[in-house]
Design a protein around this ligand. Structure first.
Ligand code: UD1
Ligand code: CA
Length: 451
């Protein structure tokens, strides 16, 4: 089947007014990836060939975003929204190049499965001219109904055009459709707009094909594959389905989660075997976690890497560019940004470390802060291997703390510290005998005079 050439036409011209958003509907995200990106990924996984993206509302933003998740997709503008059949024809130039398969999907149906896409194409490979992705639902309202005669599909009737009897059919059109490339344009060109909505319905291709004696079939897909998103509540519903699926695959791949329902993954999160994830952990995009790592409760990670045997949290925040190397430890209330924490290094409590390197086996005491920003530029702090930073120290970048150096607690370090030196960056303490008692007696006397 993979030898057949395929053009995927993805319809994404809709306005999506019910999202109540300045962002085009198909760019709303599930697991950190645009809905449209979920569709193009599924198409890629199904080997569905070249992509023609039909855009209209927010065309520029949609095309720009697509460069990220679907580089190489051709975009076509549907200037007027005259229906799904009209929308597919916006990609006429691509279809006319001649493909074995033309696969039409919707950009707002993000959970379409690889199996469904494969079944649509398999239908064409088996000789059908048109294959429709059907699904069954007890609540068919709003969907086109599939009208069958034996195992042939004879028509799709849109809700508004249904007879009472047809309205009772529960086998519905999930939206996706595959057309034999050799027939696609003649079928699409034959679609008219004589219906309740006055739109050019893609679904009419079925009746036209059946009328010409062509072979039309329906495949049955899971409900999720047909799940169209129209508002934010439905978006959240799709997110829940996606998260539940991913939690399950992550666990089946060898990761322990104590309370999986409270752990949120991004579309691209990678987690190694025998890693343990405690409750309430959020993975933003771009996180890779190695094997045997512990991510403790209530941690937030994005664009970060955690290598084998490291531990993070509880209550840790790894921001973009955090690299926690083998066996390193990031403890509670610690924020790490654009910093490599080398093997065995420790940042156990209450720290901000940004634009830095923490060398192997270095130890940062509680409350260590890198002062990396002067209001204009970011500066680098290089903490070399084995350095020991005393509690509550401020490291004013740019700086190098040499290998094996010590920084005394409570220091404000503004100059680099040579290797193996001991740096004091604080006022020397002096104790005055008896002065505490004298001060207390005087304050008590003042208070007594006032009554
Ligand atoms: C469509 C199907 C219906 C099916 C349902 C499944 C048609 C005529 N009807 O109905 O049988 O049960 O999907 O969800 O196809 N679009 C454009 N340009 C247009 C019109 C639509 O790009 O001119 C895009 C929309 O952005 C959307 C998709 O096509 O992504 C479907 O359009 P929509 O209006 O939502 O169709 P439905 O009425 O839901
Ligand atoms: Ca719809």
């Amino acid at each position: 089947m993979s030898e057949r050439t395929c053009l995927s036409v993805i319809l994404a011209a809709g306005e999506g007014t019910r999202m109540k958003s300045a962002t085009p509907k198909v760019l709303h995200k599930i697991a950190g990836l645009e809905m449209l990106g979920h569709v193009t990924r599924a198409l890629d996984a199904a080997g569905a060939g070249d992509k023609a993206l039909v855009v209209g509302h927010g065309a520029e933003a949609v095309s720009r975003a697509a460069e990220g998740f679907a580089p190489g997709a051709e975009t076509f503008i549907q200037a007027e929204r005259l229906g799904t059949g009209h929308a597919v024809l916006a990609a006429r130039a691509a279809i006319a190049r001649g493909y074995d398969d033309v696969l039409v999907t919707f950009g707002d149906t993000p959970l379409i499965s690889l199996d469904a896409l494969a079944a649509l194409r398999a239908g064409l490979a088996a000789g059908a001219d048109v294959v429709v992705m059907g699904f069954r639902t007890e609540r068919p309202t709003g969907y086109g109904r599939l009208i069958e005669d034996g195992d042939a599909l004879v028509a799709i009737r849109e809700e508004k055009d249904c007879s009472d009897e047809e309205r009772r059919i529960t086998f519905c059109n999930g939206g996706a459709m595959a057309l034999a490339g050799s027939r696609a344009l003649e079928l699409l060109d034959a679609i008219g707009n004589d219906n309740a909505k006055g739109e050019y319905y893609l679904t009419d291709a079925v009746e036209i094909a059946a009328g010409r004696g062509l072979t039309v079939r329906a495949i049955e897909a899971d409900y999720e594959s047909a799940l169209g998103i129209n508002n934010r509540a439905e978006l959240a519903g799709a997110e829940t389905i996606w998260q539940n699926r991913r939690r399950r695959t992550v666990m089946l791949d060898g990761v322990t989660m104590i309370d999986p329902q409270t752990v949120y993954f991004s579309h691209d999160t990678v987690i190694g075997r025998d890693t343990v994830i405690e409750p309430n952990v959020f993975f933003g995009p771009g996180v890779t976690v190695g094997e045997n790592v512990t991510i403790r409760a209530s941690s937030h990670l994005e664009e970060a890497r955690v290598d084998e045997g490291a531990s993070v949290g509880p209550f840790a925040r790894l921001r973009p560019g955090a690299e926690i190397m083998e066996g390193a430890k990031i403890g509670n209330f610690v924020e790490i940004k654009k910093t490599r924490v080398e093997p065995g290094a420790k940042v156990p409590h209450l720290s901000y470390v940004g634009d830095a390197r923490v060398g192997a086996k270095a130890n940062l005491g509680a409350g260590t802060i890198t002062c990396n920003y002067d209001g204009f530029s970011k500066h680098f702090t290089d903490i070399e291997p084995g350095a020991f930073i005393g509690t509550n120290s401020a490291l004013v970048a740019p700086l190098t703390i040499g290998a094996g150096a010590y920084v005394a607690s409570g220091s404000v370090i503004t100059e680099s510290v040579p290797a193996d030196a001991l740096a004091f960056g604080r006022a020397r303490q002096s104790n005055r005998a008896g002065l505490g008692k004298r001060l207390r007696d005087r304050l008590a006397a003042i208070k007594a005079r006032r009554g």
